[in-house]
Design a binder for this molecule. Structure first.
Ligand SMILES: C[S@@+](CC[C@H](N)C(=O)[O-])C[C@H]1O[C@@H](n2cnc3c(N)ncnc32)[C@H](O)[C@@H]1O
Length: 259
C-alpha cells in the first residue's frame, strides 16, 4: 500500500522540533503539499476556481490538506476534503484545527462515489487520478456533486506516449496502484464525464523549474524539512518524480472545466 504512513503529526513535530500549533505556515507549506510545485502550484490554480467567501469547494484526494487550507485562507471560501487514507484525513483535520481553520475546512474519509454532499461551487483534483483506474467514473462522480456552472480545476500527472517512469514514485511504491494515462486521454476522459473544457496547459517546464529551484534551496541549506522526510522511501520517490519530469517520461498538466 502506497499511502501507509501513520503518526503524521508526531513525525512533523519531530522533524521541525515545533508543536504543530506553533508551526509557522511557511514551514508547514513545505510539508503538507503532496504534489509538484508546492504552494506556488496552488497559487496558479486559485484564480481559475472563482472562489469567494460564501462559496464551497470540494477537494477530491485532499491528502494532508495543504491545498485546502491555502485555498480557504486565500479566498475566504469553505473547503470540504475527501480522501480514502484514514491517517491522512486525521492529519489534515489536526493541522487544520492547529491552523485555526476548523470553521472553514473539513475533511472526510470517503471515496467520492459514496460521499453524500452535493451542490459544490467548484472542485479540484491535485495529483490524485494517477491512482484511479476508472477515470471516467471518478470524474463523473465529481460532476454529479457540482452545481450547474460549477468549475473543476485539475493539476495532474500524465505519462508521455512511451513514458515509463522509474519506481518508486510519490503515488506508487511498486506500480500496482499506478494508472497513468496520456494528457490527451485525460482531457478527453474528463470531457466525456460531463465537463466542458475551458483551459488546458502543459506545466511540465514550470514544474521542472520548481524542482531545480528546490534543489538549489536544499543545497544552499535554506530549505527546512520537506514532505519526502514524512514518506516511506520519500527521497527516492521524489527524486524519481523529478527525473521523470526532466526526461519527459511524465508531464504535469493543468486543466479547467465547467459542468
Ligand atoms: C499524491 S497525494 C495528493 C494529495 C493532495 N491532493 C495534495 O496535492 O497535497 C494523492 C492522494 O489521493 C488520495 N487518493 C487516492 N485514491 C483515492 C480515491 N479513490 N479517492 C480519494 N482519494 C484518493 C490518497 O489517499 C492521497 O491522499
Amino acid at each position: 500500500m502506497t499511502y501507509s504512513e501513520t503518526g503524521i503529526i508526531a513525525t512533523i513535530e519531530r522533524l521541525t522540533g515545533v508543536n504543530v500549533t506553533a508551526l509557522p505556515r511557511e514551514q508547514l507549506d513545505d510539508i503538507d503539499q503532496y504534489h509538484a510545485g508546492g504552494p506556488e502550484a496552488i497559487e496558479r490554480l486559485i484564480p481559475h476556481l472563482a472562489l469567494t467567501a460564501g462559496t464551497t469547494a470540494l477537494d477530491v484526494g485532499s491528502g494532508l490538506g495543504g491545498p485546502a487550507r491555502q485555498i480557504a485562507r486565500t479566498t475566504g471560501c469553505n473547503v470540504v476534503g475527501v480522501d480514502i487514507t484514514p491517517a491522512y484525513v486525521d492529519a489534515a483535520q489536526a493541522l487544520t484545527d492547529a491552523a485555526g481553520l476548523t470553521a472553514q475546512t473539513k475533511f472526510y474519509r470517503s471515496d467520492i462515489g459514496s460521499f453524500d454532499q452535493t451542490g459544490f461551487d467548484a472542485a479540484y483534483t491535485i495529483h490524485v487520478q494517477m491512482n484511479i483506474a476508472d477515470k471516467k467514473a471518478f470524474y463523473s462522480e465529481i460532476a454529479r456533486r457540482l452545481r450547474a456552472g460549477g468549475r473543476l480545476a485539475i493539476f495532474e500527472v500524465c505519462r508521455s506516449a512511451d513514458g515509463v517512469p522509474a519506481l518508486p514514485l510519490p503515488w506508487s511504491l511498486d506500480g500496482t496502484d499506478s494508472h497513468l494515462t496520456t494528457a490527451d486521454d485525460l482531457r478527453d476522459t474528463i470531457q466525456s464525464s460531463g465537463f466542458t473544457l475551458l483551459d488546458w496547459a502543459d506545466d511540465s517546464a514550470w514544474a521542472r523549474q520548481w524542482f531545480d529551484d528546490l534543489g538549489k534551496r536544499l543545497s544552499a541549506g535554506t530549505a527546512a524539512a520537506q514532505l519526502p522526510a514524512l514518506l516511506t522511501d520519500g527521497p527516492a520517490r521524489m527524486l524519481n518524480f523529478a527525473i521523470a519530469i526532466a526526461t519527459g517520461a511524465v508531464t504535469i498538466n493543468r486543466g479547467l472545466f465547467t459542468v
